[in-house]
Design a protein around this ligand. Structure first.
Ligand SMILES: C[S@@+](CC[C@H](N)C(=O)[O-])C[C@H]1O[C@@H](n2cnc3c(N)ncnc32)[C@H](O)[C@@H]1O
Ligand SMILES: [Mg+2]
Length: 343
């Protein structure tokens, strides 16, 4: 778990617009990681604030060429080029398109939808990771909402949404811990499988599953005490917009949790070469290295969406036991917990 000092550094980075290299903001006390981390941060980390990958950069929410010009003075300042006219026409004729859906990613997950509950299938790493990430979710949410993490139903009374829930392998334990759970996913087949599986147990049969995007639920003005999107942000079209939708679904002072894979040389070696090509735990092409998001980038896009990152933990696989543990080492997998500012 990130220390107070590292969080302060992260905050300083966010407030001063200064870039803090990964290892400085999330120091790992274990010396054996330091050489590798240094090499990876030299080679692969974003080097400066302005070099954040294009897909994460802040975009103005409105295309300035399309802003209606009300005053005659302004009218003369906006050139009405053919391009502008064309864009206006396209927007008028098209239904609003979801900003988070990536057709390639959706096709990939549709192809393996039947295997959600096969703990030895393509989702094996998620099944193996589940107890570890649930420990982080339970502990942060209980601290945040002042609940006892050791009681039988520690999440009782909380409204939680699991965004990109897949077959429901996270939604179900959340419901068993007492939360009122909504699970959403972009793939209809996933939602059907999740629904069928949850109906088998009275403790999970009340989960509300819907095939819908986060941005659609924002339109419906739905809000939740905690918004959780684990292992999803690396698969969406626009991570910053996706994060904004997650924040809009969170009540003021609510909690948000996001987990993903870091973009480092170690993650390339372990999560792509190791897991997809050597061990073949995941289908080849499951993860695009360039679409991965670093902890600083997550903190940045959360901050822009009025979410303050409170804690970041690494999740590390012990290759000998096959078990995952929470760790300070965020260089491959990590999970971040933030709170929505009371605007
Ligand atoms: C790697 S799986 C993670 C599943 C689940 N969160 C877990 O960790 O067990 C990614 C899931 O995100 C879903 N997904 C991808 N893009 C999405 C989007 N824009 N909106 C909602 N779900 C999406 C996929 O269909 C898939 O089920
Ligand atoms: Mg993934």
């Amino acid at each position: 778990m990130a220390s107070k000092e590292s969080l302060n550094l992260c905050r300083a980075f966010l407030s001063n617009n200064r870039y803090v290299p990964l290892r400085q903001s999330f120091p790992n006390p274990n010396p054996k990681f330091q050489v590798l981390n240094q090499v990876s941060s030299q080679l692969f980390q974003t080097r400066s604030y302005s070099e954040i990958p294009k897909h994460l950069q802040h975009k103005p929410s409105v295309d300035p060429t399309l802003v209606p010009t009300t005053s005659p003075a302004a009218e003369t300042l906006v050139p009405k080029t053919n391009e502008t006219q064309k864009k206006k026409k396209n927007i008028a004729n098209k239904a609003p398109v979801s900003s988070s859906l990536n057709a390639f990613e959706i096709a990939k997950f549709s192809a393996i939808a039947d295997t959600w509950w096969d703990s030895e299938g393509p989702f094996k790493p998620l099944h193996a990771m589940n107890p570890t990430r649930l420990a982080f979710v339970r502990s942060t949410l209980c601290r945040h909402f002042g609940k006892d993490p050791y009681c039988a139903r520690p999440l009782e009374g909380m409204k939680i949404i699991d965004v990109g829930c897949g077959g429901g392998i996270l939604s179900e334990p959340l419901a068993r811990m007492g939360a009122t759970v909504t699970g959403i996913d972009a793939i209809e087949k996933n939602i059907k499988i999740a629904g069928l599986h949850s109906e088998r147990d009275p403790a999970t049969s009340s989960i509300e599953y819907r095939c819908v995007t986060a941005e659609k639920l924002v339109e419906e003005e739905r809000m939740f005490d905690a918004v959780i999107a684990l292992e999803v942000i690396e698969h969406v079209a626009e991570p910053a917009d996706f994060c904004k939708s997650l924040a809009e679904l969170t009540v003021p002072n609510g909690a948000m949790l996001v987990s993903t894979i870091n973009r480092t040389i170690r993650s390339y070696a372990a999560a792509i070469v190791g897991a997809e090509y050597i061990l073949q735990w995941l289908p080849k092409g499951t993860h695009q290295w360039s679409s991965l998001v670093t902890p600083e980038e997550i903190a940045l896009i959360m901050h822009r969406s009025s979410i303050s990152v409170q804690e970041v933990a690494g999740m590390v696989l012990n290759p000998f036991t096959g078990k995952w543990v929470l760790s300070d080492d965020t260089s491959i997998n990590f999970i971040a917990y933030g709170t929505k500012n009371n605007l």
